[in-house]
Write a protein that binds this ligand. Structure first.
Ligand SMILES: [Zn+2]
Length: 416
């Protein structure tokens, strides 16, 4: 095999962190990992795209793809690129499958996908918000069983499970913190409880982070390297993507944009501060504004419908919420210089009625050089964003089992 030598002639292709005098074998293994990582993050790539994305030479990529194909780790299928015939490389079904489970607003969603980014089966069922965490996990287990049967997948093929919960997870204890959606679940340990029940490795994250991953891999964020997904529902949370990867911060709390201060003497927030962005966008604040004019039965859903139908009061409340969210988006724009801000959550249903005032605020408060390339859009996945993001989390953070069992490649003539 000569690609080890090829790698040695391209020192820039060395994986970060490997010793400069490292063996040919570890250099080759590093190159192999980079190709596999690029392919599994994109779903499918041509060999030219792999070379561009990894910085490896075309010859090295070609040799590695041939090797991976012989190990049954990748599939190579004909495609076209810029009108020319090309070959698309994706991870094979032998790499295993991933599962996403999302406990969200009113619904439990479960999906199964493969490392080529194909969704094999997906379903959602209503969830009783008064049910216990145990009942919720048991329901997820049953629904997963149904979907595995439907997709013709056995449990041992599952690499891992991504689990979405509607609240913050304490990074030290793994316990679920305050959540307005499933109040009876506070203090439960979703990762351990779900892992024990399913007998599978589980990763857990919150809805904003998973929404960001879902939109990044399958939705409105495809192709972005710098973006934020803003979930505007009860609270306002952001999932931040920097350099093409989700950024969580050392304590896992990055993206708490809902708690930037808009008014130091404003209403007291659930975090204990005053005048946080969230205090001007949460449901009870918005509906209180309309109580006198629209009565006490109004819901956020109905408010958005009425705004869409031209109701002046509802339009004004949505626009003011957008203006406030826009102050946060402007700060985010100055800090991150993102290509795209993607809106999700209940209020995103208002579409342009929410986006226009956000864009106006960004124009007012962000510096022009930071906002020039920015687009603000609603997510394209709707309520599926989190469950698809849960699958994407497993794809990006757990090694497919075919990779775990790959033997060290034998390099002929590797001279030390
Ligand atoms: Zn706050």
């Amino acid at each position: 095999m000569s690609d080890g030598m090829t790698g040695a002639r391209f020192p820039e292709a060395q994986p970060p962190g490997s010793p400069s005098s490292g063996s040919q074998s570890s250099l080759h293994r590093g190159n192999l990992d980079r190709v596999l990582h690029a392919v599994r993050m994109a779903g499918a790539l041509t060999q030219a795209e792999i070379a561009r994305g990894t910085g490896l030479s075309a010859a090295t990529v070609s040799n590695i793809v041939r090797e991976l194909k012989a190990l049954d780790m990748v599939e190579v299928t004909p495609t076209s690129s810029g009108g020319r015939r090309a070959r698309a490389v994706s991870l094979s079904r032998a790499s295993g499958v991933v599962v996403g489970i999302d406990f969200g607003h009113r619904h439990l969603r479960v999906a199964i996908g493969d490392f080529a980014h194909r969704v094999l089966a997906e379903e959602h069922v209503p969830i009783d918000v008064d049910s216990s965490a145990d009942e919720g996990f048991a329901l997820a287990d049953r629904l997963l069983g149904v979907l595995l049967d439907r997709a013709g997948v056995v449990r041992s093929e599952v690499t891992g499970v991504g689990l979405g919960v509607p609240g913050p997870i304490d990074i030290d204890t793994g316990a679920l913190g305050s959540t307005t959606i499933l109040p009876g679940w506070v203090g439960c340990h979703p990762r351990e409880a779900m892992g024990e029940r399913l007998g599978l490795p589980v990763l857990v994250d919150n809805d904003a982070n998973l929404g960001a991953l879902g939109e990044l891999v399958w939705g409105a964020g495809v192709g972005c390297t710098e973006m934020a997904y803003l979930k505007v529902s009860g609270g306002v949370g952001a999932g931040l993507v920097i350099g093409g990867r989700l950024y969580r911060g050392p304590g896992g709390t990055a993206g708490e944009i809902g708690h930037i201060t808009l008014d130091e003497s404003g209403p007291v927030c659930r975090c204990g501060n005053r005048g946080c962005l969230e205090t001007f966008t949460n449901a009870s604040y918005l509906l209180d504004l309309l109580r006198g004019s629209h009565g006490t039965d109004l819901t956020i859903q109905r408010m958005i419908e009425l705004a869409g139908a031209g109701d002046a009061g509802c339009r004004r409340v949505v626009a003011d919420a957008g203006r406030h969210v826009g102050v946060g988006v402007a700060s985010l724009t100055n800090l991150l210089n993102p290509q795209r801000i993607i809106l999700g959550g209940d209020l995103a249903g208002a579409g342009d009625l929410l986006i226009a005032p956000i864009v106006e605020s960004v124009g007012r408060y962000a510096i022009p050089s930071a906002s020039r390339r920015l687009s603000v859009v609603t997510g394209s996945l709707g309520e599926r964003a989190e469950v698809l993001g849960a699958m994407a989390m497993v794809m990006s953070e757990m090694a497919p089992f075919a990779i775990e069992r790959t033997p060290e490649p034998q390099i002929a003539g590797a001279a030390m």
